[in-house]
Design a protein around this ligand. Structure first.
Ligand code: FRU
Length: 535
């Protein structure tokens, strides 16, 4: 358990670190060990963080024999971005993670940027055998020297394979497998097996578009088509695409979802992930006509409206009983990721989420729900009976539930033309505000007073906003807290907001306030989580 003293000590530690940073990374690491205890106060308990140093995008995620594999963009020598490696971690429950040795190191073709991995069960690549199918990783080699020298062709796609279920890797001897056609940003390949076409499909980001390729063997790739010209958000570079087919909830109809991360250009500034819904025939991705009309009115198609969920994609070889995939993103934003006040480690991943497709009167939409067995990890539960809000209500204080590690579900009934603000606060005066403005039909997060915020203007200078799609006068909200993050799922995951924060000490109370007297009532359930229970 962390104590109050940890938090007081921390400010001093930051000063030491800032001095140390200017002396180069070796000194920095030595100094950091002194502050290890203080550092841990910000390290989440059940979100993945690297033990040391820098992390960005999730890479190569796949599931095999009861184990989820997560690779990640990693700089093992520094707490800021640099020559990228693929770090590696595994988990059986997506809450308790074990980090392994580095999977892929930079090579003669460059650093190892983002990409994906598939289990080649039929050994189509010939890199393993039917008895021992290879795991094949497809990634971008980024040649920083060529980029500096002014070449346009500094990003190419390479592969590596593993014959021990993802723990050790061999680079393919004839890399690259896809040459650069003369596009500066040409990266982040994501591959899947398209059973109806009996071929592998690869999508990658190419400038402000995506491209599709196909292959029989994961080695020889044929260009199929491009997507995205004049469609969707183009305020930044397109990155980390994904493509998968989903059943529409409650029917046998299927549609294809194309995820595309963009930086900058997110709905609340910086990085975010947009999505497109349409059809994929093995060659072209075409937008659904309804989706097209909607998009012209307002571009509301974001997998997450919060500022801290980027570069997320789905796990290979994993679907739930309804056929829905699991998604996980990087819980930060390029606007400030290298400046957040953690030093030993930087950045964590979001929790894994199931993606589903549903249809409203005239459109398809994506919704997300948490994938976790909270019953197994619940260490305490408090139920709230129907309660009138009146002039503001304390819902919980730390004596009942440890708010640093909790899953909270609240349903508001009879909502009125009012603003409903949840306040997470501590006695030091830090407060994280979030909630719903029923006049504007809008959700918001305000982290301007949430603790340490001065490391970047972009962190808290504006409220983060998100639209509400439903009109009902009942609102359900579920959120999960893990020391320095909140993941909010409104209306069963129709609107999602994920953000990080750094309070001087843990939040102790959660209250609900309104700007007018109201008849609204709420019920709720608070679950304190201890994921170590299932280790
Ligand atoms: C997205 C990204 C990817 C790239 C990687 C480099 O955050 O820019 O496009 O492959 O990060 O670390």
């Amino acid at each position: 358990m962390r104590t109050r003293q940890d938090f007081v000590l921390f400010t001093g530690a930051i000063i030491i670190l800032f001095n140390a940073c200017s002396n180069g990374s070796r000194t920095q690491r030595l100094e950091m060990s002194k502050t290890e205890i203080e550092e841990e106060k910000y390290r989440p308990g059940f979100h993945f963080t690297p033990e040391d140093n820098w992390m960005n995008d999730p890479n190569g995620m796949f599931y095999l024999n009861g184990i989820f594999h997560l690779y990640f963009q990693h700089h093992p020598e520094s707490n800021v971005w640099g020559p990228m490696h693929w770090g590696h971690a595994t988990s059986e429950d997506l809450l308790n993670w074990q980090e392994h040795s580095i999977a892929l190191f930079p090579d003669d073709l460059g650093a190892i940027f983002s990409g994906s991995a598939v289990v080649d069960f039929q050994n189509t690549s010939g890199l393993g055998s039917l008895e021992n199918p290879p795991i094949v990783a497809i990634y971008t080699n980024h040649d920083a020297e060529a980029a500096e020298a002014g070449s346009e062709r500094f990003q190419i796609q390479g592969i590596a394979y593993s014959l021990d279920e993802g723990y050790t890797w061999t680079k393919y001897k004839n890399n690259p497998v896809i040459q650069n056609p003369g596009i500066r940003d040409f990266r982040d390949p994501k591959v899947f097996w398209m059973d109806s076409q009996k071929k592998w499909i690869l999508t990658l980001a190419a400038g402000q578009e995506t491209q599709f390729f196909s292959s029989q063997n994961l080695i020889e790739w044929t260009f199929l088509s491009s997507f995205g010209k004049g469609i969707g958000n183009h305020k930044g570079v397109w990155e980390c695409p994904d493509l998968f087919e989903l059943k529409v909830n409650g029917s046998d109809e299927t549609k294809w979802v194309h995820l595309v991360s963009i930086n900058p250009g997110g709905p609340n500034g910086g990085s975010a992930t947009q999505y497109f819904i349409g059809d994929f025939d093995g060659t072209n991705f075409t937008l659904d006509p309804n989706f097209k009309t909607d998009m012209q009115n307002a571009h509301h198609f974001w997998a997450d409206f919060g500022k801290d969920n980027y570069a997320g994609v789905t796990f290979s070889n994993w679907k739930d009983e309804k056929g829905n995939p699991l998604f996980l993103g990087w819980m930060s934003n390029w606007q400030y990721a290298t400046k957040v006040p953690t030093y030993k480690w930087r950045s964590s991943m979001t929790l894994a989420r199931t993606l589903e497709l549903f249809k409203t009167a005239n459109e398809y939409k994506l919704k997300s729900s948490l994938y976790m067995d909270s019953e197994k990890v619940a260490s305490k539960k408090v139920k709230i009976k129907e309660t009138a809000i009146g002039e503001g209500k304390i819902i919980v204080d730390q004596k009942e539930i440890n708010l640093a590690s909790a899953k909270i579900k609240i349903d508001l009934k009879n909502i009125e033309e009012n603003t409903y603000t949840f306040v997470l606060a501590n006695q030091d005066g830090d407060a994280l505000l979030f909630g719903y403005d029923h006049n504007q039909k809008q959700f918001f997060i305000d982290r301007s007073k949430s603790g340490v915020v001065n490391f970047s203007e972009d962190f808290s200078n504006k409220l983060s906003l998100a639209p509400r799609f439903g009109m009902e006068d009942e609102l359900s909200l579920e959120f999960i807290l893990d020391k320095t993050s909140i993941e909010l799922f409104y209306d069963d995951g129709e609107t999602v907001m994920t953000e990080i924060f750094f309070p001087h000490k843990p939040f102790e109370t959660l209250s609900l306030q309104t700007n007018n007297l109201t008849q609204t009532v709420f019920v709720g359930e608070l679950v304190e989580l201890d994921p170590k229970k299932i280790q």
